[in-house]
Write a protein that binds this ligand. Structure first.
Ligand SMILES: C[S@@+](CC[C@H](N)C(=O)[O-])C[C@H]1O[C@@H](n2cnc3c(N)ncnc32)[C@H](O)[C@@H]1O
Length: 289
């Protein structure tokens, strides 16, 4: 541990932020590499005459911050870690950095399945870092989950994240295109969740370079209109869900109504478009008959 005065630390912090970047990314850097969490930071500010204990030198932290500012590489990839809900997850450029709004998918599930002792059988299609499935497997310890992805490298990261986050063994991982790893489980799912790639091609081309140059295209691009994968997932969902089983999808900010129509066309009921933190219809849910 390196010890420096709060005064020196705060002066250094202000100088780094004056170069560019945002508070959120800087907080990730301090937490992941410096060993200073958001709550530590609040205490530091309250005690200006005290000391700060860092895991790495200010010079090292500054070099990572400069790299982030110069190349627009997300801090999470530079640190190899992100925080999501109460999980600390390994991330590489093989997986999407799980977004804060996606945390709400877990709350939507909590709202539907209130009893945490329920023996759910759930699947997540396109698990990436494993964030959603791991959170659900931990919250419903008697459930069984299957997390799938088309990318074997992503699944390896998701598996490591599960092992690091849990001593349980109620989540399995399987590689393949959308429903194909679930062939053996037709008609068996209480719940299927997916945050699939849903960015339309023209929007994808205009994404900020910290997203487009670093995050996997396979995790973002949803075909010409963004709905290519959502369509496929909805069309096949009735084969895999139990009667009254739920499908929960994340979609692009302007796709809620279209996803709702797809669910209606495929005989789903109890359909709702649910908002994210900004009041945007980000999630569309329904049950099969
Ligand atoms: C938007 S990311 C979501 C990752 C993670 N669930 C999250 O919310 O952060 C979409 C994921 O779907 C996976 N994917 C893309 N095409 C797929 C396909 N045809 N079949 C299965 N998974 C696919 C990607 O590899 C990526 O991990």
């Amino acid at each position: 541990m390196l010890c420096i005065s709060v005064e020196e630390f705060l002066f250094w912090k202000k100088r780094q932020l004056s170069k560019g970047g945002n508070q959120q990314s800087f907080a990730v850097l301090l937490d992941c590499i410096g060993g200073i969490s958001a709550s530590d930071l609040n205490l530091i500010i309250l005690n200006p005459k005290g000391n700060v204990y860092l895991k790495k030198s200010l010079e090292f932290l500054e070099s990572v911050w400069d790299d982030h500012l110069l190349n627009a590489c997300p801090v999470q990839y530079l640190c190899g870690i992100t925080f999501w809900r109460d999980l600390k997850l390994k991330v590489t450029n093989k997986v999407l950095i799980p977004r804060p709004e996606t945390e709400l998918i877990v709350d939507i599930v909590f709202n539907i399945f209130k009893n945490k002792s329920e023996k759910l059988f759930f699947a997540e299609l396109g698990t990436g870092s494993g964030a959603i499935s791991i959170a659900l497997a931990l919250a419903y310890p008697l459930s069984q989950g299957l997390a799938t992805d088309i990318d074997q490298d992503a699944l390896e990261i998701a598996t490591k994240n599960y092992i690091n986050s849990s001593k349980q063994s109620n989540l399995k991982f399987s590689c393949g295109n959308w429903w194909s790893p679930l062939e053996r489980f037709q008609g068996k799912l209480d719940l299927a969740i997916s945050n699939p790639p849903y960015i339309p091609r023209d929007t994808y081309e205009k994404l900020p370079k910290e997203v487009k140059n670093f995050e996997p295209k396979v995790a973002l691009l949803g075909g010409e209109d963004g709905l290519k994968h959502i369509r496929e997932i909805i069309q096949k969902a009735p084969l895999f869900l139990k009667e009254k089983g739920w499908l929960i999808l994340e979609n692009h900010h302007d796709q809620g109504e279209k996803v709702k129509q797809l669910l209606i066309k495929n005989k789903f009921t109890s359909i709702e478009i649910l908002n994210d933190f900004s009041g945007i219809g980000r999630f569309t849910i329904g049950r099969y008959k």
